[in-house]
Write a protein that binds this ligand. Structure first.
Ligand code: GLU
Length: 429
C-alpha cells in the first residue's frame, strides 16, 4: 500500500466533491466522524499450544439511513485508518444504491494464510466474542470482504447465536446457503460490476467482442466478473493475484484458470493456496505491468491504493471499473481525468455485493428464501437504476461518475440529516 493515511485521503475526496456540489456543511460534518469504533485484542490458542493476540477492529460509520452494514477483512495490512475509510465508503455505497443501511467495516490484522483451519476458526469466533455487543441484526451486520468467506461467516454466526442463545441468521450475510445465506450472494459483487459494464456498453455504443480486459485480483469478485464478461463475448487478456499475473494476447479460458486455482483449496477447505502464475503456458507479468497494459477496460479487483500519482500516467485503458474498494488514490484521479479515462467508481461498481447482502438480510428476517432468478433480477433492477441515476447526474452537471455517485449518495444522506433540522432551520425559528 501507499503509506498515506487512507482515511484522510477518503475524507479529503468527500469534502472536495461536497464543496464543489454545494452540499450542506452540516451533512459533510456528519460524515466526517465515525459514530463508533471498537478495537479489541483477540486471543487465539495456536496449534502449538502458544497464545497469540490479534488486533481486531469494527467501525460503525453512519447509521442515519438504517443499521450499519459492511464486510470484515482478514489481512496483514489492516489498520484502524483503513477500516474507517472502508466504513465511510460503505455509507456512501449503501445510500447510493438506495439500501436502508448505513456503513460499517471491520478488520483483523492477520495473514490468514499462515493459520491452520482450526486457528482460523478460533480467530473468527474470538472476533465475534469481542464484538457481540457491537454488532446485531438491527444494529450492525458484517459480511465477507478481503480473505474472509462464507465458511468464516458461518463460524461467526454460530458463535453469535451461542453467545446470545437465539437463532439470529440476519446478524451476518454472505453465509453458506444451508445456514441461511442467499442464492446469488457469492457471485453478486462480480455480477454487479458486470451489469455496470453492460450499462456502459449501451451508452458508449460498443460491442463486447471489440473489448480487451485486464483484471488485477483474481479472488471471488474478480473470477465472477471475468466469467460473466467472457460469456458475454469480452476478451480477458490479463489476470493477476497477490503472487503475480499472466497475459495472453488471444485471451484465456477463465473457467480452467479458476479450476486450477481452486483444486487444491478444495482439500484445504478455507483458502486457495495456488496462483495463476503456475499456468506456465501463459506469459508472466507483474501487477504493475498489468495496470499499464494496452487494454480497453482495466478492473482493479484487489486492494485500495494501487493506482497512485506515480503509475497513473502509465495507464492506457479507456475505462477503469473499480471492483476493489478505493484502488485509485485521490491525487491520481486528476491525472486519469486529464487523460480521458472514464472511471466507474467502487461505490457503484462493487455495490452488487452489499445489495445481495441486503436481500439476504430481508430473506432471513421474513423467513422466506428467494429463487436465484428473483435475486438476480432484483439485483439487475437496483444496479441499472443506480447506474442510470449516476450517469444522469454526471451528464447534466458535467461531472465524473465518481463525483456524481458521491453527490447522489450524500444528497440522500443529507435529506435524512436535514429531516432532523439543520442550522438553517433552528436559526430561523
Ligand atoms: N465487503 C463487501 C463490500 O465492500 C460487501 C459488504 C456487505 O455485503 O455488507 O461492499
Amino acid at each position: 500500500m501507499s503509506g498515506i493515511n487512507i482515511f484522510e485521503d477518503a475524507l479529503d475526496r468527500l469534502k472536495l466533491i461536497a464543496e464543489e456540489a454545494g452540499i450542506n456543511a452540516e451533512v459533510v460534518e456528519a460524515l466526517s466522524h465515525p459514530e463508533a469504533l471498537i478495537k479489541a485484542a483477540l486471543p487465539v490458542r495456536m496449534d502449538d499450544g502458544s497464545m497469540r493476540y490479534f488486533r481486531g477492529y469494527r467501525c460503525r460509520y453512519n447509521s442515519i439511513l438504517g443499521p450499519t452494514k459492511g464486510g470484515l477483512r482478514f489481512h496483514p495490512q489492516v489498520t484502524i485508518e483503513e477500516v474507517q475509510a472502508l466504513a465511510l465508503w460503505m455509507s456512501i455505497k449503501c445510500a447510493l444504491v438506495g439500501l436502508p443501511f448505513g456503513g460499517a467495516k471491520g478488520g483483523v490484522e492477520v495473514d490468514p494464510k499462515t493459520l491452520s483451519p482450526m486457528e482460523l476458526e478460533r480467530l473468527s469466533r474470538a472476533y465475534v466474542r469481542a464484538m457481540a455487543d457491537f454488532i446485531g441484526p438491527k444494529v450492525d451486520i458484517p459480511a465477507p470482504d478481503v480473505y474472509t468467506n462464507e465458511r468464516i461467516m458461518g463460524w461467526m454466526l454460530d458463535e453469535y447465536e451461542a453467545i446470545k442463545r437465539i437463532r439470529a441468521p440476519s446478524v451476518i450475510t454472505g453465509k453458506p446457503v444451508r445456514l441461511g445465506g442467499s442464492l446469488g450472494r457469492e457471485a453478486a459483487t462480480g455480477r454487479g460490476a458486470f451489469l455496470c459494464i453492460q450499462e456502459l456498453a449501451e451508452r458508449e455504443g460498443w460491442t463486447p467482442s471489440e473489448k480487451r480486459v485486464a483484471i488485477q485480483g483474481f479472488g471471488n469478485a474478480g473470477y465472477h466478473v471475468a466469467r460473466l464478461l467472457q460469456e458475454a463475448g469480452y476478451c480477458i487478456v490479463a489476470l493477476s493475484d497477490s503472487k503475480g499475473g499472466i497475459y495472453s494476447e488471444g485471451g484465456f479460458d477463465i473457467e480452467s484458470i479458476w479450476h486450477h486455482k481452486r483444486t487444491e483449496s478444495a482439500m484445504r477447505g478455507v483458502y486457495c493456496e495456488h496462483t495463476v502464475c503456475e499456468l506456465v503456458e501463459h506469459e508472466q507479468i507483474d501487477n504493475e505491468a498489468l495496470l499499464a497494459l494496452d487494454v480497453d477496460i482495466l478492473i482493479p479487483a484487489a486492494l485500495e491504493g494501487v493506482i497512485t500519482v506515480k503509475n497513473a500516467k502509465r495507464i492506457r485503458a479507456s475505462y477503469i471499473v473499480e471492483i476493489a474498494n478505493g484502488p485509485i488514490l485521490s491525487a491520481a484521479e486528476p491525472i486519469l481525468e486529464k487523460a480521458g479515462v472514464m472511471v466507474v467508481p467502487d461505490v457503484l461498481a462493487n455495490a452488487g455485493g452489499v445489495t445481495v447482502s441486503y436481500f439476504e438480510w430481508v430473506q432471513n428476517r421474513s423467513g422466506y428464501a428467494w429463487t436465484l432468478e428473483e435475486v438476480n433480477q432484483r439485483l439487475e433492477e437496483v444496479m441499472s437504476k443506480a447506474f442510470n441515476e449516476v450517469w444522469t447526474i454526471a451528464k447534466s452537471e458535467q461531472r465524473s461518475l465518481r463525483s456524481a455517485a458521491y453527490i447522489h449518495a450524500v444528497r440522500r444522506i443529507g435529506e435524512a440529516v436535514s429531516a432532523h433540522g439543520t442550522r438553517e432551520y433552528f436559526a430561523s425559528s
